[in-house]
Design a protein around this ligand. Structure first.
Ligand SMILES: C[C@H](O)[C@H](O)[C@H]1CNC2=NC(N)=NC(=O)C2=N1
Length: 94
């Protein structure tokens, strides 16, 4: 899959509130009520990632979750990352 150019990524991010482009990745930080809520959402995201065969770089510290998405093979952001970001938004805002 082809790496998207910066203009195309910024265009896609208009529909992804809170996501930004940084170091060839799209990223967003989430804050939950507590660890249990954060990890519950991570579990739901993880199952979707397996379905899509596309996986996040993420870091969880207690109730904070930072997610960074890129496509390793492409060395940047592709439609797969945009799609996964939308899936994550749907899960978080269900
Ligand atoms: C073999 C397997 O399809 C690949 O390693 C997949 C798995 N998940 C992946 N996830 C992400 N974010 N980027 C990839 O290039 C990628 N490649």
């Amino acid at each position: 899959m082809e790496k998207l150019n910066t203009a195309k990524i910024e265009e896609s991010l208009k529909n992804l509130s809170g996501w930004s482009l940084k170091n060839d990745m799209i990223e967003k930080s989430f804050k939950f009520k507590n660890f249990k809520e954060a990890f519950s959402v991570m579990t739901r995201i993880a199952f979707e990632c397996e379905q899509q065969n596309h996986h996040p770089n993420w870091e969880n510290v207690y109730n904070n979750l930072t997610i960074k998405l890129n496509t390793h093979d492409a060395g940047g952001v592709t439609e797969k990352d945009i799609h996964l970001a939308k899936t994550i938004e749907n899960i978080v805002n269900n």
